[in-house]
Design a protein around this ligand. Structure first.
Ligand SMILES: NC(=O)c1ccc[n+]([C@@H]2O[C@H](COP(=O)([O-])OP(=O)(O)OC[C@H]3O[C@@H](n4cnc5c(N)ncnc54)[C@H](O)[C@@H]3O)[C@@H](O)[C@H]2O)c1
Length: 324
């Protein structure tokens, strides 16, 4: 018998994670499921309320895959029950809420929270991280990043694009560079005649690396994530995985994934596998509560910059030794 997992929220990503655990993760079982709606096409609900699921002694570890605004309450309940929790990103929609989680975890003195920033487990991102850590092309100077998905996006505003979508790229950039982001400026191009158009974020890190990031959640053509790091003696970039090239009707090219589940299938699987090992007593890995707090704090600085039209400083508390 494997780790007994309870899943809160079985919408799009919750169902995908349940399915991935069932088909691909040994030594783990989904024993409990809770949601506010019972749907025919979703796993059968075992608990009416998320808090009942968390306090059920049968449940050893919890996945929170409900909407962003519910994360804080459920993660804090998991900490109170001293149960490991994999919380989907963002840790919470505001830095203040994330900070309350960091404080609660620090008070316990044990890392129980992992945030679902699964890109850290993607093979291409992992190879990029090794190239940067070993300084193959010298010190990193600039990161050019893009985050495009076909839409139509569920995000109703630029603010939620920042707090819900851009946080993925922010977490990845902090992790790749191994340092904090201290400043954010957001630029909006002319408005699109369709749904919400792209925005451009410029971030500065402690050591002075500059990151430019395009986030376009209604890009129509596909789901594509780009990172190119310009270093002192060369550039290192992420290559979108592809197996075949197509020549057809005067075009040459390859397929672009249409959603994150296709592009990051290996990453989600690896994230779950690694988390199950942590629950079984392994070293904590992936994105911590601190990382979740830092990513949301940067997103909040972006939101501030968008409203003032000026650069905004990222305000972070002192990092506790628990997250060294
Ligand atoms: N890591 C990733 O790449 C990734 C991808 C997609 C979504 N997410 C995150 O996962 C979360 C869910 O996103 P989604 O796209 O699956 O949304 P969704 O709307 O498809 O699913 C959310 C589910 O939560 C349920 N729910 C609503 N309120 C609830 C509550 N109070 N308690 C319990 N369940 C509740 C809904 O009924 C629904 O079934 C979000 O926080 C989102 O940011 C992460």
């Amino acid at each position: 018998v494997g780790v007994k997992i309870g899943v809160i929220g079985v919408g799009m990503i919750g169902q995908y994670l349940v399915q991935t655990i069932k088909t691909s993760i040994p030594r783990a079982d989904v024993v409990a499921v809770s949601d506010v709606i019972a749907r025919e096409d979703a796993p059968r609900l075992t608990h009416a309320g998320a808090l009942d699921l968390i306090s059920d002694p049968e449940v050893e570890a919890v996945i929170v895959a409900s909407p962003d605004a519910t994360h804080e309450e459920y993660v804090l309940a998991c900490l109170k029950a001293q149960k490991p929790v994999l919380c989907e990103k963002p840790l919470a929609p505001t830095a203040a809420a994330c900070h309350r989680i960091v404080k609660a975890e620090t008070a316990i003195g044990q890392r129980l929270v992992q945030v679902g920033y699964m890109r850290r487990f993607d093979p291409a991102y992992a190879a990029l991280k090794v190239a940067l850590d070993t300084r193959v092309a010298g010190e990193p100077l600039l990161l050019h990043c893009s985050h495009r998905s076909p839409g139509p996006s569920k995000n109703p505003s630029f603010d939620t694009i920042l707090s819900n979508a851009a946080v993925h790229d922010i977490d990845a950039a902090r992790w790749l560079l191994g340092e904090e982001i201290v400043r954010a400026t957001v630029y909006l191009p002319r408005l699109s005649r369709g749904p919400l158009g792209p925005l451009v974020i410029v971030l500065g890190t402690e050591s002075g690396v500059i990151i430019d990031l395009e986030v376009f959640v209604n890009a129509r053509y596909g789901y594509e994530i780009g990172v190119e790091v310009m270093c002192e003696f060369g550039a290192v970039s992420l290559v979108t995985p592809t197996l075949v090239q197509l020549r057809y009707e005067g075009l040459i090219g390859s397929r672009v994934p249409l959603d994150p589940l296709t592009r990051f299938a290996a990453a989600y699987r690896q994230e779950l596998e690694s988390w199950v090992q942590v629950v079984n007593g392994g070293q904590p890995g992936g994105s911590s509560a601190w990382d979740g707090y830092a990513a949301t704090s940067v997103a909040e600085a972006c939101i501030e910059s968008m409203s003032t039209g000026q650069p905004a400083d990222v305000r972070l508390d002192m990092r506790a030794p628990l997250y060294a």
